[in-house]
Design a protein around this ligand. Structure first.
Ligand code: AAT
Length: 282
């Protein structure tokens, strides 16, 4: 808007908007896939926006990147090879590399523009994209997984919301490809909306995942600059009975994540618990 505030307005969260005060615009571009905007905010540092939706801010990104990385990694007995789909800003890569068991991380983001602007304007997130343990592939995550079998211990899908280029990543066919690409006992996570705004969609996603994986658990984290300040994380494992809510190891150098918070992330408010528990054993 021209009053010096950026507003995230969407029919997906009708009647409310998250707004940030803009100090100055740093970058505007129409990439091959999406509108890319980077601005300096008054109080949250630099902000990356894709198709009008806030992806991350320097001020609160740690709460999202730490949780989406450490929930599936610490609940896996020995994660060595990790795939990150999306996450071109590099924040999740930075967190994955805090795990000493991890030997190799592959990043597959559809849009080179995200990596390019992150290297320039989000250095604290992109700093480890050039680490020797990291391989970067530019392409669609669904296509990338096409011919992969039994390769990864953990797959983290840090993608945009289902409207736009990430649509293919919320389909059953993608979950089946992830199951095939995971080694026995593999874990995965996908960012999964807010219980305040999309509770029904979360239930549908959970049911879809439960038709592909024997273990599915829904947790969440708080991110003040995402709509409603809360975002869900749908976890699954190829092993039945895996306790995804129990960390097996500590993680060094975190600002949000700790072992108590890991377990607490899966304790849901009553309206959400009732909705997800209905007729389905998770
Ligand atoms: N860590 C920042 C949070 C994100 S980034 C989402 C990334 O997913 C973007 O870099 C985008 O280019 C990438 N992406 C989108 N579609 C695909 C695809 N099909 N294959 C691979 N990468 C893709 C997520 C923020 C969530 C916002 C919540 N409202």
């Amino acid at each position: 808007a021209d009053d010096g505030w950026f507003r995230e307005v969407s029919p997906e969260w009708r009647g409310q908007a998250m707004a940030l005060k803009v100090n100055r615009i740093l970058h505007v571009e129409r990439s091959k896939y999406q509108d890319v905007l980077v601005f300096e905010s008054d109080t949250y540092g630099n902000v990356l926006v894709l198709d009008g939706v806030v992806q991350c801010t320097e001020g609160d990104e740690f709460s999202y990147q730490e949780m989406i990385a450490h929930l599936p990694l610490t609940s896996h007995p020995n994660p060595k090879k990790v795939l990150v789909v999306g996450g071109g800003d590099g924040g999740v890569i930075r967190e994955v590399l805090k795990h000493h068991t991890v030997e190799e991380v592959v990043l597959c983001d559809i849009d080179e523009a995200v990596l390019r602007v992150a290297k320039q304007y989000l250095p604290h997130m992109s700093l480890l994209l050039s680490d020797p343990r990291v391989t970067v592939h530019i392409g669609d995550g669904y296509e990338f997984l096409g011919n992969h079998a039994s390769i990864y211990d953990v797959i983290i899908t840090d993608c945009s919301d289902p409207v736009g280029p990430a649509e293919s990543l919320f389909q059953k066919a993608y979950f089946e490809r992830m199951r095939r690409a995971l080694k026995a006992g593999g874990n995965l996570v996908i960012q999964a909306e807010s219980v305040w705004l999309q509770a029904e969609a979360i239930r549908e996603l959970r049911d879809l995942m439960a038709s592909v994986f024997p273990t599915v658990q829904y947790g969440y984290t708080t991110v003040p600059t995402y709509p409603s300040g809360q975002i869900g994380l749908m976890l699954a494992s190829t092993t039945s009975g895996r306790s995804l809510h129990k960390p097996l190891r500590p993680v060094p150098d975190t600002r949000y994540y700790n072992a108590d918070l890991h377990e607490a992330a899966f304790v849901l408010p009553e309206f959400c618990r009732a909705l997800l528990d209905e007729g389905q054993d998770i």
